[in-house]
Write a protein that binds this ligand. Structure first.
Ligand SMILES: NC(=O)C1=CN([C@@H]2O[C@H](COP(=O)(O)OP(=O)(O)OC[C@H]3O[C@@H](n4cnc5c(N)ncnc54)[C@H](O)[C@@H]3O)[C@@H](O)[C@H]2O)C=CC1
Ligand SMILES: O=C(O)[C@@H]1CCC=N1
Length: 273
């Protein structure tokens, strides 16, 4: 696989939450700081801090530069304007790697006048190298360019390639937004603990560490999730009583199904502008 050391200049357009999570992963993964430029007209303190810590250049606009890889990490709602500002920045050798929800390869190819576009969907655990990204390569993307995109995404965690671009709307709804579902589960578990009379601070420690522990166990123990669940469930015990509620016909599975469906529809909507 292509190494981040010899991928050449990378320009990140949009140093927001997800862009910075990726940038941190690239720097940790060996991308030389001198090869990373951040572009953001209103950078957050976190963006300024990263730039200062690593000596990165932080520009308010991209004019005059032609990177090897241009990473698009702005909100889908502003991409029209952003693409206009990038004419001339995307050269004949520039690979475009988008992480934006909903925005199609065709739309980027039209707006940036290049077919060299990889559309991807990472998630925020990228920041610690534990993310997962789905990716689709446009028809004009060469094997080397696909390798370069893979190197950037692999610094953030696992990479799964798809043939059908429409699958990325599902990926967005499952793993792109998914960390939020898990954090919301922590909030719900902590709220339930408070309802049971526990002090809020303690409730949050218990809820948070339960999810941290369960995730860490799942990483080490490759048994199916259903087996890990069964390992907690003593016959006729407390977990069985809770699972009767969670696994009822109107329990967690249809609820998560509706949530994922809503996210997918929103991803499709964002794509329609
Ligand atoms: N937050 C997440 O978990 C994930 C987000 N994404 C995608 O990443 C993109 C960014 O999302 P977030 O980081 O959450 O949003 P954010 O609001 O934290 O970051 C967007 C950044 O773009 C900057 N920006 C606005 N106009 C710009 C311009 N003309 N040029 C350069 N930068 C500009 C803003 O100042 C901001 O710092 C979205 O397209 C989203 O779909 C993808 C996967 C996961
Ligand atoms: O909420 C969003 O639209 C972005 C895409 C996936 C995660 N965050």
């Amino acid at each position: 696989m292509t190494s981040l050391r010899n991928i050449g200049p990378v320009m990140l357009i949009g140093a927001g939450k997800m862009g910075l999570a990726l940038a941190q992963g690239w720097l940790d993964g060996g991308l030389p700081a001198s090869n990373l430029v951040l572009v953001d007209p209103s950078p957050s303190d976190a963006a300024k801090d990263l730039a200062e810590d690593y000596g990165l250049v932080l520009y308010s606009e991209a004019a005059g530069l032609q990177p090897n890889v241009l990473v698009l990490a702005v909100k889908p709602q502003v991409i029209g304007r952003v693409m206009e500002s990038l004419i001339g920045v995307v050269g004949p050798q520039t690979l475009v790697l988008s992480i934006m929800a909903g925005i199609s390869i065709d739309r980027l190819a039209d707006g940036l006048r290049t077919g060299r576009v990889v559309r991807s969907m990472p998630n925020t655990p990228a920041q610690i190298g534990k993310g997962v990204s789905g990716a689709v390569a446009g028809a004009a993307v060469s094997a080397n360019e696909r390798d370069a995109a893979e190197a950037l995404l692999a610094a953030a965690g696992r990479v799964v390639w798809f043939e059908a671009e429409s699958d990325l709307d599902a990926v967005t709804a499952v793993s792109g937004s998914g960390p939020a579902y898990v954090f919301n589960l922590v909030e719900a578990l902590a709220a339930a603990a408070v309802e049971q009379g526990l002090e809020p601070g303690v409730a949050m420690i218990l809820a948070r560490q339960t999810v941290i522990g369960a995730a860490a166990l799942m990483e080490i123990d490759q048994a199916p999730a259903s087996t890990l669940r069964q390992n907690v469930t003593s016959p006729n015990g407390t977990t069985a009583a809770a699972l009767q509620v969670l696994m009822a016909e109107d329990g967690l599975t249809p609820l998560i199904g509706r949530a994922v469906d809503a996210a997918r529809k929103r991803s499709e909507e964002l794509g329609r502008g």
